[in-house]
Design a protein around this ligand. Structure first.
Ligand SMILES: [Zn+2]
Length: 249
């Protein structure tokens, strides 16, 4: 139940839930929404008073959340600048970029770092090219093989012989032209976990049988990917998305 109470700090809106509990408690979410839970029989006036007495704390916490959210947004916006020490994502895992000087250029992924060896540390354009090229190569190899393994696994359902295209698309993870058995997958998926890549592959394969996003489509999808909702949710990771937007800009 949505309620508001007038306090020394102004009007406070909160969401009230009655539960089989002993004491009232209040928490503020990352989104700034105030939730109060109270025992079943407590009168509303007492709940309002409970909130009102904590008005100072509420206002201070809201300020703190606001600052944290601004910091988070800033971090997401400036996350990647092709500099030594920057954070990057590959197959859903966080790595640190290490740029080192060597007589021969190379890019190697270690357990915790993407190590870019370059002949001239000041040549940022070249470093950028090396990294982008590495990601492009990984994308072709890894996404294609993830798609192939899904297609082979479910060949009985979707048939064989697909044309797979990889594209750097901004607003879609994949597409399917059932008539031509042509499936497009977005190269940006290389920054997300294999689960995500497989989910998108299966989603597009399901379109071979059902073109739209009807209930029938999701029935087909759940038979090959019962936990598709969890996998799909991973695609909305804000930090990975911010990185991807820089890398594939
Ligand atoms: Zn779709």
């Amino acid at each position: 139940m949505d309620r508001h109470v007038s306090t020394s700090q102004g009007l406070i809106n909160y969401n009230l839930t009655r539960k089989n509990i002993k004491n009232m408690n209040m928490r503020i979410g990352r989104d700034g929404i105030i939730s109060v839970s109270c025992p079943l029989a407590v009168p509303l006036a007492s709940v309002d008073e409970f909130v009102s007495l904590r008005a100072d704390w509420v206002i201070a916490s809201m300020e703190k959340i606001k600052t944290q959210n601004i910091a988070r947004e800033k971090l997401a916006a400036n996350c990647f600048n092709y500099d030594d020490g920057d954070i990057l994502y590959y197959l859903g895992v966080k790595y640190q970029l290490a740029v080192v000087k060597k007589s021969r250029a190379s890019v190697v992924l270690s357990a915790e770092q993407l190590i870019v060896a370059t002949t001239d540390l000041s040549d940022k354009i070249k470093i950028k090219k090396q990294i982008n090229k590495w990601y492009a190569r990984q994308a072709s190899a890894v996404i294609s093989s993830a798609f192939d393994s899904m297609a082979v696994k479910h060949a009985e359902k979707f048939g064989e012989n697909f044309v797979l295209r990889l594209r750097n698309t901004k607003s879609r993870w994949g597409s399917c032209i059932p008539k031509l058995r042509t499936i497009m997958l977005c190269k940006r998926l290389i920054c997300y976990s294999t689960d995500c890549i497989e989910y998108v592959a299966l989603h597009e394969l399901a379109h071979i049988l059902v073109g739209d996003h009807s209930e029938k489509f999701y029935q087909v999808l759940s038979t090959v990917s019962p936990d598709y909702k969890d996998k799909r949710a991973l695609l909305s990771d804000a930090e990975i998305r911010a990185f991807v937007n820089v890398l594939f800009a």
